[in-house]
Write a protein of this length. Structure first.
Length: 291
């Protein structure tokens, strides 16, 4: 269903407003470059600084621009279950293929609360749901046992795992089953994640290097880990540079260097420092993306 290289799509801005013309160009470019799907309005899509209506517009437009060529997994995360239900219903109404639902951040629910939240999201519409488990941002870590309970629901189909703990893939195979879709949420360990049983990556770096990321994922799927490691060696300095500061700030600057979009972000985030810019340029050159 969902596999391979799935860029966690940036939301381009122009003078503080959504740049929908640029967004269309990015969607078309990702299709041409071989991305296996798109994930708008996640963290990399600056969902925390978008208004609710802007969030909805981005989902609507990405679905429209993709036009069925590749799947769209719409960000539908909230720490308020009622708001999350609104977002996932909207994503279903406009034709998204799935929803990415983060563990509720800041209010620190129990594992029992996580089950109640995701069950409510599941029951709200017919979209397949990818759980997004990212303890460094949400403060809550969904245990493999909790995930296994949720995997019994027919439309809880997978996880974006950003724990960077590769043993989680094996533990989640035990509790959720081998068919449960496990996607890495961590570019630097994506090859190892696949070797443990993962089937792809929801990637920040794929915003700027979609062809390389897609080819790396294809090599993993073919069991050709030697080739996959060659790609990862080529991409690793860029991965590191992108995450020197918040990843979306780094990747937007890298994209701006290639003429893909502006590096504009919204406060409280800021454009990257000059030192980080130099690291990003070096990473782009190492990947063969910049002269």
């Amino acid at each position: 269903m969902f596999h391979g290289s799935l860029p966690a799509l940036v939301t381009p801005f122009k003078d503080g407003e959504l740049d929908l013309e640029c967004l269309k160009k990015l969607v078309d470019w990702h299709v041409e470059q071989g991305s296996n799907g798109l994930v708008p309005v996640g963290t990399t899509g600056e969902s925390p600084t978008l208004s609710l209506r802007e969030h909805e517009i981005v989902v609507e437009k990405v679905v429209e621009f993709a036009a069925g060529r590749i799947p769209v997994i719409a960000g539908a995360g909230a720490n308020n279950t009622k708001e999350g239900v609104r977002l996932i219903k909207h994503a279903a109404d406009v034709g998204a293929d799935g929803a990415l639902v983060v563990t509720p951040y800041y209010n620190k629910p129990t594992q029992r609360g996580l089950i109640a939240h995701f069950t409510a999201m599941h029951d709200a519409c017919d979209l397949p749901i990818i759980i997004y488990n990212i303890p460094p941002r949400s403060v809550i870590d969904m245990t493999p046992e909790t995930m296994g309970e949720l995997a019994k629901l027919p439309r809880i189909v997978g996880v974006k795992d950003a724990t960077a703990k590769l043993d989680r893939v094996a533990l989640q195979r035990m509790t959720c089953g081998a068919e449960f879709i496990q996607l890495s949420g961590e570019d630097a360990t994506a090859v190892g994640f696949n070797a443990m049983g993962g089937v792809g990556c929801i990637s920040v770096t794929a915003n700027v290097a979609p062809k390389l990321c897609a080819e790396m994922q294809a090599a993993c799927a073919a069991g050709d880990y030697k080739t996959a490691l060659d790609y990862q060696d080529r991409l690793m300095p860029l991965h590191e540079a992108v995450f020197t500061e918040p990843g979306l700030c780094g990747v937007k600057f890298a994209m701006s260097e290639l003429g893909l979009c502006s590096d504009e972000v919204r406060l409280p985030l800021m454009t990257v420092t000059d030192d980080t810019k130099e690291k990003l340029r070096a990473g782009l050159r190492h990947a063969g993306l910049l002269n």
